[in-house]
Design a protein around this ligand. Structure first.
Ligand code: HEM
Length: 441
C-alpha cells in the first residue's frame, strides 16, 4: 500500500490558489522542479489537485475506467455557464449516450463540408485588417472563430439573426473572472451584476432556443450540414431524439469549448511564426502551394509549444494506485498537458518552435495531448485542426506578415485558457493581389 498523497508546497491553500491563478505556468513548473512528476496542490473551492507530468500516469488518467475517472465531475465549476446536460458535465452512461449522438457532426467528413464556409469567413475578416500598422490578432481570431461556430455549428444564415447572436452570446460566454463560476445565492440574482448576468444569459438562451425551434421545423432539415441540424436528427440506441434542453446545453458547450480555444490556438501560431522569419516564409510558401503537410505540422507544433489548455481534469470516484501512491476517492487529477509537452525527456529543446518535429508524422498520443485523451478527448479536435489549417492558409494567401524581433509574448491565463498577453501583435506588410493567389481547393 503506497502513501496517500504526493508532496506539495506547504503553503496555505488560499495562497496556493492565488499563485496558480496569477501565474499557473510558473507555479506548476516550480512545483514540478521541486517535487517531481507527481505533486499535490490545494485550491479552496476546487479541492485537492494531484498534478501528473509523467506520460504513463497521464495515460492512466485519460484512458482509465470512466466510472472511476470522472471528467464531468471535474467540470462542476463550469455548470453556471454550461448547464447540467452539457457533454462536459456528464459522466458514464449519460456521457456515452450524448457523445455518441454528437460525434457524427464532428467526424472528418462532416468537418470537411464546412471548409468553404471557413474560407469565406477568413476572407471577410482579413479584408478588414489594416496594412502597415501593428495590431493584436487575438481579437480578430475571436471574431472569426465565433463566426465559424455561428454559421457552421449553429447553421445560421440570415443576417438579422446573426447580428442578434453576435450581440447576445459573448455577454453570456465571457469567462474572464473565476467569480463568474461561483453560484450566487438565489436572492442575489435580483441585484446589480448578478441580475445583469442572469438577463444576458436569458437573452442568449432565448435566441439559441429559437434557432433550435427553427431548425426542427426547417423543411430543409434533412439536407442541412451544420452541426445543430445533425444533432437535431441524431437518435440514441433507443431511437430517442435529444430534447430542446439537451440541445441548448450542447450548443452552449460547443460555443464555449470551440470558439475561444481555437482563436487562442491560432493567435499563438501567428505569434510563433512572426518570431521565426524563415518558418514564416516557408509557411507562406506552403499556403500559396496548398502544402497542407507543412501547415498541419505548424499547427501541431504550435499546439505543443503553446498548449491552449494547461491541463485536463478527472475526479476519482474510488481509490487509485498511481506512481507509488494510493490516491483517495475525491481527489482531482490534473494531467498536465504543458509539463508533458515541455519535457526534454520527450522533446529535444522543448522550448524551440520546430514544426519539422511533426512533418509527415503522426504525434504519439501519449506525448502530444493538446486535446486531452481517452473517451473524453476533445470532440472538436478534428474541427479545430481543420479550422486552424484553413485560417492559416487563407490568411497567408491574402497578406504578407512582417517578422518581428519583439520578445516572446508571455502567457496570460484566462480561466482555463492560456492566451498571449499582448494579444499576438502582428503587422501586415502588404496585401497579396488575388491574381497572385492559388485558387482555394
Ligand atoms: C484548438 C482548439 C481546441 C482545444 C485546444 C481544445 C481542447 C480540449 C480539451 C483539452 C478538452 C478536454 C479533454 C479531456 O478531458 O480529455 C476538450 C473537450 C471538449 N472540446 Fe475541445 N478544444 C478545442 C476546440 C474545440 C472545438 C472547435 C469544439 C467544438 C466545436 C470543441 C468541443 C469540445 C467538447 C464538446 C469537449 C468535451 C468532450 C467530452 O467531454 O466528451 N473543442 N477540448
Amino acid at each position: 500500500m503506497g502513501r496517500a498523497l504526493p508532496p506539495g508546497p506547504p503553503l496555505p491553500a488560499p495562497l496556493q490558489a492565488g499563485l496558480i491563478w496569477l501565474d499557473p505556468i510558473r507555479f506548476v513548473r516550480a512545483c514540478h522542479r521541486r517535487y517531481g512528476d507527481l505533486f499535490t496542490i490545494r485550491v479552496p473551492g476546487i479541492g485537492t489537485l494531484v498534478y501528473l507530468a509523467d506520460p504513463d500516469d497521464v495515460k492512466t488518467a485519460a484512458r482509465g475506467d470512466p466510472t472511476i475517472f470522472h471528467a464531468g465531475e471535474a467540470a462542476v465549476p463550469l455548470t453556471q455557464i454550461l448547464g447540467t446536460r452539457s457533454l462536459l458535465r456528464l459522466d458514464e452512461d449519460e456521457h456515452r449516450r450524448s457523445r455518441a449522438m454528437m460525434l457524427p457532426a464532428f467526424h472528418g467528413d462532416s468537418v470537411r463540408r464546412q471548409v468553404a464556409e471557413m474560407v469565406a469567413i477568413t476572407a471577410e475578416e482579413v479584408a478588414q485588417w489594416p496594412v502597415g500598422e501593428p495590431f493584436a490578432v487575438h481579437p480578430r481570431m475571436q471574431r472569426l472563430t465565433f463566426e465559424v461556430i455561428l454559421r457552421t455549428v449553429i447553421g445560421v444564415r440570415e443576417e438579422s439573426r446573426l447580428a442578434a447572436l453576435r450581440a447576445a452570446l459573448p455577454l453570456m460566454l465571457e469567462t474572464g473572472s473565476p467569480l463568474k463560476l461561483i453560484p450566487p445565492p438565489r436572492v442575489l440574482l435580483r441585484f446589480g451584476l448578478w441580475r445583469r448576468r442572469a438577463q444576458h444569459r436569458a437573452a442568449a438562451l432565448a435566441l439559441l432556443t429559437d434557432e433550435i425551434t427553427r431548425c426542427r421545423a426547417d423543411p430543409q432539415l434533412a439536407q442541412r450540414t451544420d452541426a445543430l441540424a445533425m444533432l437535431v436528427r441524431s437518435v440514441d440506441d433507443a431511437g430517442t431524439l435529444m430534447t430542446d434542453d439537451e440541445l441548448l446545453d450542447q450548443l452552449v458547450t460547443l460555443l464555449l469549448a470551440g470558439h475561444e480555444t481555437t482563436a487562442t490556438a491560432l493567435s499563438w501560431a501567428f505569434e510563433r511564426l512572426v518570431r521565426h522569419p524563415a518558418l514564416l516564409r516557408r509557411t507562406a510558401e506552403a499556403a500559396a502551394d496548398g502544402d497542407d503537410a507543412w501547415l498541419t505540422a505548424v499547427c501541431k507544433e504550435s499546439l505543443r509549444v503553446r498548449p491552449v489548455i494547461f491541463e485536463f481534469g478527472r475526479t476519482l470516484t474510488a481509490p487509485v494506485q498511481l506512481g507509488g501512491y494510493q490516491l483517495p476517492a475525491g481527489v482531482m487529477l490534473a494531467p498536465s498537458i504543458n509539463l508533458v509537452h515541455h519535457s526534454s525527456r520527450h522533446y529535444p529543446d522543448p522550448e524551440e518552435f520546430r514544426p519539422q518535429r511533426f512533418l509527415d508524422q503522426r504525434p504519439d498520443p501519449a506525448l502530444w495531448l493538446p486535446f486531452g485523451g481517452g473517451v473524453r478527448r476533445c470532440l472538436g479536435a478534428t474541427f479545430a485542426q481543420v479550422e486552424m489549417r484553413t485560417v492559416l492558409r487563407e490568411v497567408l494567401r491574402r497578406v504578407e506578415l512582417s517578422p518581428t524581433t519583439a520578445p516572446d509574448e508571455p502567457v496570460r491565463p484566462r480561466l482555463v485558457i492560456m492566451a498571449p498577453r499582448q494579444g499576438a501583435m502582428v503587422t501586415v506588410r502588404r496585401r497579396i493581389p488575388a491574381a497572385d493567389r492559388v485558387p482555394t481547393a
